[in-house]
Design a protein around this ligand. Structure first.
Ligand code: SF4
Length: 319
């Protein structure tokens, strides 16, 4: 039997996913040759690592075991994960640790701002664990982090990738009032797969959350993403695109699901690159301003370059 242990933090042998330890192993097919990643051994990677650690920060790049870390960190692109390294949800696809998180670090917004400054980022992505234990789901902490980055790095554009704030009335409004440039909330998968993949979430709540952001402030770009290879059908992916367009979402990302351990959801299928291209084409016809669809697409991958394209696409549309 495989024991799911923490392979990221300095405390080995602590169950990382206590709720998954007793699950039977889920076997995925071997990775195809189009899933290739750069090894994390460059000077830029080492510099990014140093700044992250010196500021005591957590990154989703490490916690989620992102395959793009070698490429992104070499360019000093890291995505900070605020409010701790422990999540109150236990999604079947996610490698982030599950459990009861600790108290918020009041200095974290300043530390994130300082690291953004030191990395010299023109565009920063900030995400978080789910904090169902907090009355506002961590909304005020998100807002403080946005304000701290604005104060320290006034020209840096800010993208946030938030939890769903389910049953946290007023939380979304607090975050939107801080005016991030991009508000991302991932749907993760098609509605028929929610019960097995994202059981703590509600599909239509997530769609409505994205729609509300646009209603509150139409200048904020909205973004969402799904993973494929989790057992979804093509027509379901196309329906998700329509649902997101109904909510006026600007930017769609589609990437291949990769299994973090054998205790996580199995990869049902590796979607070939030409199918991703097909999804991208269809998504543009449905009216998204930006679409990124490829096996290694992740929400924050190339986020800075994509933000510039988003702005250009909006400007072209309004001409
Ligand atoms: S794609 Fe995003 S999460 Fe992955 S390494 Fe790059 S910045 Fe980090």
């Amino acid at each position: 039997m495989v024991v799911v242990v923490d392979t990221v933090s300095a405390t080995p042998l602590r169950p990382r996913h206590p709720e998954k330890v007793n699950r039977p192993d889920a076997l995925s097919p071997p990775k195809p040759d189009w899933i290739r990643v750069r090894a994390p051994n460059t000077r830029g990677y080492a510099d990014t690592h140093k700044i992250v650690k010196e500021n005591g920060l957590v990154t989703v790049c490490e916690e989620a075991g992102c395959p793009n870390i070698g490429e992104c960190w070499d360019k000093k692109h890291a995505t900070f994960m605020i409010m701790g390294d422990t999540c109150t949800r236990a999604c079947a696809f996610c490698n982030v640790k599950t459990g009861m998180p600790g108290a918020l670090d009041a200095m974290e917004p300043e530390h994130v701002a300082e690291a953004t400054f030191k990395l010299g980022l023109a565009h920063i992505v900030v995400t978080s664990v789910d904090r169902d234990d907090l009355a506002d789901g961590g909304a005020e902490h998100f807002a403080k982090t946005i304000r701290a980055i604005r104060a320290r790095c006034p020209t840096t554009t800010i993208e946030i990738l938030t939890p769903d704030f389910l049953r946290k009335d007023g939380a979304l409004e607090i975050v939107a009032a801080a005016k991030p440039d991009v508000f991302n909330h991932n749907l993760e998968t098609v509605p028929s797969r929610y019960l097995s993949v994202r059981p703590g979430a509600r599909y239509f709540h997530s769609i409505r959350l994205l729609q509300r952001v646009k209603e509150i402030d139409p200048t904020i770009f909205t973004k969402s993403g799904i993973m494929v290879g989790l057992g979804e059908e093509r027509h379901e992916v196309l329906q998700v695109m329509d649902d997101l367009r109904s909510a006026d979402v600007d930017f769609l990302t589609i990437g291949q699901y990769l299994q973090p351990t054998r205790k996580h959801h199995a990869v049902m299928r590796y979607v070939p690159p030409d199918e991703f291209q097909g999804y991208e084409k269809v998504a543009y016809t449905k009216g998204f301003l930006m679409v990124s669809a490829s096996p290694l697409t992740r929400s924050s991958h190339h986020a800075g370059d994509d933000f510039a394209k988003l702005q250009a696409a909006r400007a072209a549309k309004s001409r």
